[in-house]
Design a protein around this ligand. Structure first.
Ligand code: HMG
Ligand code: MG
Length: 315
């Protein structure tokens, strides 16, 4: 056991966990897409810059979606060039070939398509059935791969859906397989509305690996609606997952899933991983300072418990 440093947890490793975790930071995209007021492009660019300066290696920057569907990210053409030179991976969301064209025109090297495990959310988020959405992604993935661009496949509603209730594991496995067979390099399993609990996470990951999906291709994406995001993350780490999505300050939600609240806060994740002796490369102090700075721009305190504990924000 190490001596505790001020502002950091004591390090007490636990068996059966990975030595290193890659955090896929989604605050600038999943976080800001859900803000009522659109954040000025210069503030977004500064947010991405500050995040990149914390030691994070993957900072999802924006989405090339229809500007009417997500007006908060309608400035992708201005934002992306402003951050493109940063020494981090900067994935962007692209729902279709139009989005891919826009992203490739600006030199994006990492894109993400975003599927749904349920018909209701596929309709609400993409105006398509699940199969129609997969058909829309197919040329996106094949063209991206031909251009040597890395492709992430998000899958939303992997646990529960606000319209359909519990989502059968087999349904999730089927869409995961389709995304991988299409050529996605990695998948991110989304608990869009935050209803997963650890046993469910273990069951889904066991089913996926049982169906031949390598755990190295899987990331997890938890929203913290019911306060389960960290325990769900620990369950995923115990199954060998080493890619975890999180949002600085716990920003987030989804404009097309009413009950979605903030993502797992990156600071809460880093605190837990640091305590477990798991390397992330992230400087927690800088990250907290970034979220406090962003909270001041948004005009409300960060919901992250770790940000609150390590800063002196008014709640
Ligand atoms: P649609 O209305 O069916 O579009 O929307 P369409 O294909 O019929 O095209 C209609 C018009 O839109 C055409 O223009 C297209 O060119 C244009 P027109 O010919 O009529 O002048 N258009 C575009 N313009 C700019 N960029 C584009 C684009 N695509 C079409 N990319 C569409 C279909 C997929 C476009 C729409 O539903 C959409 O943009 N949806 C995005 C919704 C979204 O971004 N949701 C949030 C991200 S997902 C999420 O947050 C979950 C996640 O975090 C994981 C989790 O938590 O679960 C990832
Ligand atoms: Mg999300």
């Amino acid at each position: 056991m190490n001596t505790p440093e001020l502002g950091l947890p004591m390090v007490v490793p636990a068996a059966g966990l990975p030595a290193r975790v890659r955090i896929h930071e989604v605050g600038a995209r999943d976080g800001l897409q859900n803000e009522k007021a659109t954040v000025p492009t210069a503030v977004k660019a500064e947010f991405v810059r500050r995040l990149a300066g914390t030691g994070l290696t993957t900072v999802e920057a924006t989405s090339f979606v229809h500007p009417k569907w997500v007006p908060q990210l309608a400035d992708a053409e201005e934002l992306y060039p402003a951050v493109a030179g940063l020494p981090v991976e900067l994935p962007v969301l692209v729902p279709n070939e139009r989005g891919l064209d826009r992203a490739l025109a600006l030199g994006a090297r990492r894109v993400a398509v975003f599927a749904s495990a349920t018909e209701s959310f596929a309709k609400a988020n993409l105006n398509r059935t699940v199969d129609e959405a997969l058909a829309m992604f197919e040329p996106v993935v094949s063209r991206a791969k031909a251009a040597d661009v890395h492709v992430r496949g998000y899958l939303s509603m992997c646990f529960g859906d606000p319209w359909e209730g519990a989502v059968p594991v087999a349904q999730v496995v089927k869409v995961c397989r389709a995304l991988l067979d299409m050529g996605c390099d990695e998948l991110s399993l989304g608990d869009t509305v935050g209803v997963a609990t650890p046993g469910h996470v273990t069951a889904l990951l066991t089913a996926l690996t049982g169906a031949g999906v390598p755990v190295s291709a899987l990331g997890v994406h938890f929203h913290d609606t019911y306060g389960q995001a960290l325990s769900n993350t620990l369950a995923a780490l115990q199954q060998g997952v080493t890619t975890v999505d999180a949002s600085a300050g716990g920003l987030g939600g989804c404009p097309y899933a009413k009950s979605a609240t903030g993502n797992l806060a990156t600071e809460d994740l880093v605190w837990m991983l640091r305590g477990l002796g798991i390397d992330t490369g992230v400087d927690l102090g800088r990250l907290v300072a970034t979220s406090v700075w962003m909270a001041a721009h948004l005009g409300r305190p960060s919901p992250s418990r770790t940000v609150r504990a390590l800063s002196h924000q008014e709640s």
